[in-house]
Design a protein around this ligand. Sequence first.
Ligand code: F6P
Length: 360
Amino acid sequence: MAAEIQRIGVCTGGGDCPGLNAVIRGVVKTALLRYHWQVTGIQDGFDGLIWPEKSQELGHDHVRGILTRGGTILGTTNRGNPFAYELVENGHKVVKDFSQRCLENAKKIGLDALVVIGGDGTLNIANEFYRLGLPVVGVPKTIDNDLSVTEITFGFTTALQTATEAIDKIQTTAESHHRVMIVEVMGRDAGWIALEAGLAGDADIILIPEIPFTVEKVCEKIEERERLGRKFSIVVVAEGAKFPPRDAEGKPIPPAEPGQVGNTLAFSIRQHTQKDVRVTVLGHLQRGGTPLAFDRLLSLRFGVAAVDLIAKGEFGRMVCLRCDKIQTTTLAEAVGVYKTVNPDNDLLRTARSLGITFGD
Ligand code: F6P
């Protein structure tokens, strides 16, 4: 049992994600109703501990009607690391360590524990604070589904559905105009959205960060389809797919910025095949909107379980899903190891068996 909890804090860090508000609702309701604790909402990730005047008391009214809302009512940032915070002072960039200030402010606000909802970067910071003595518990979040210790993260299923529906719609233009249509999806380090949306959306070519591809192989597939009378092709590419560093004439291409791999690929496919190519970058559409029922349920379960962890005094730990059961692991175990698509992954083998090319 934890000693004398009266007030807990909750914050969301990293990119927004469908289901964040549902977690917040689970945290606030459980704290108020089951444990009779008070809850402080820390604004904009850890920024709210650097500048605590942004924080606010959370009651039932604040979490009413938010289950279905995307985004986070607490605000978030994927910039501010309090251990190395970048600021501009007198026109110069400076990096400051605000960690002690955060610890002092957590005391001033009266936090007996803090629920941190975030991805790898945010959970890593949470673990650093835990090591400095802050009683922290974590909730894993990312639409990319690339955290190794949990089977699935909330938000992924909603993002997958958004991406799949987009590919479904792109199919009609591809077929009618005999075009190569490239759909770029999120996934910086792992290709889960690309693989699963590509498979569900009937793509012909899927390019993911885990499998280096060549433009030649991609174009071979497009040309093979042409010969079979299939005059269009759908390419789903993850933003982090490793683009080969040369163009059709063998000249080096500078590494694509995030969000640009689709356009760089389109340029190369046009050069090789002379086909009409169009690019759709789904971008933040995938992070927005109402969470699907699966994500709402997972988020609520995670939120409730995080508060139960505090009640048991199990700090430095994070909730996760294993064999469809809510379990826990240490924050230290949770960070730094990405869950990527393995060569023997079942979905990957399924896709290859269906003739989908990965450009390798
Ligand atoms: O949450 C991770 C992610 O979705 C990545 O796939 C993507 O690179 C990143 O967020 C983009 O974040 P932003 O544009 O908000 O900085």
